[in-house]
Design a protein around this ligand. Sequence first.
Ligand code: IMP
Ligand code: MG
Length: 200
Amino acid sequence: MSAKKAVPKRHSRKPVSAEKVRVLIARGRVQARVTEIARQIRKDFPDEPLHLVGVLKGAVFFLSDLARRIPGEVSFDFLAVSSYGKDANSSGQVKITRDLDSSVEGKTVILVEDILDTGLTLQYLLRIFEQRKPKRLRIAVLLDKPERRIAAVHADYVGFTIPNEFVVGYGLDYAERYRNLPDVGVLTLPGAKGKEGTRK
Ligand code: IMP
Ligand code: MG
């Protein structure tokens, strides 16, 4: 064994320190709003079991907080999608990469998403879900960015309407990072001019 001090390996990954997150919606406001939405959902469906379907991975925290605040019978399931080219001039193709464990037929389903952006993901999922014959189908999103909409999708429950900025936290990521932040914040990338964090 050499007594030499180990030289720390240099990471090839770019440093992330130059990225900044400015809090847009503090955790307390997020939590209060989730409680309101949970109450509203139960008020709209007072007597029936509710089946929440979360879109991985962005919706995990929203779904888990929501599920625990809806009184009465609640079950949930998850699916994952991948999307290619979400710009206005692309095809906006979406694919299910992990499907549900159980059928939604005859169930009152609340599709839970982190953010409604172009609307292409939810438009696709709505089409698929309608074929699967749920009793009812509703959409709950934590965030809505109406300025970016391409597909005319309407969410039944919206946490917050936000401006056209790239946000992270409370499940939302940038290259899989920042999902664990309890607040929702605007991401500023190094060298970005003008609007913060405009990734797309
Ligand atoms: P849509 O199909 O354009 O509505 O996009 C929905 C998906 O894009 C979301 O589920 C997010 O994964 C991702 N997305 C859209 N806007 C943001 C953002 O501001 N921050 C992080 N992810 C975003
Ligand atoms: Mg994402």
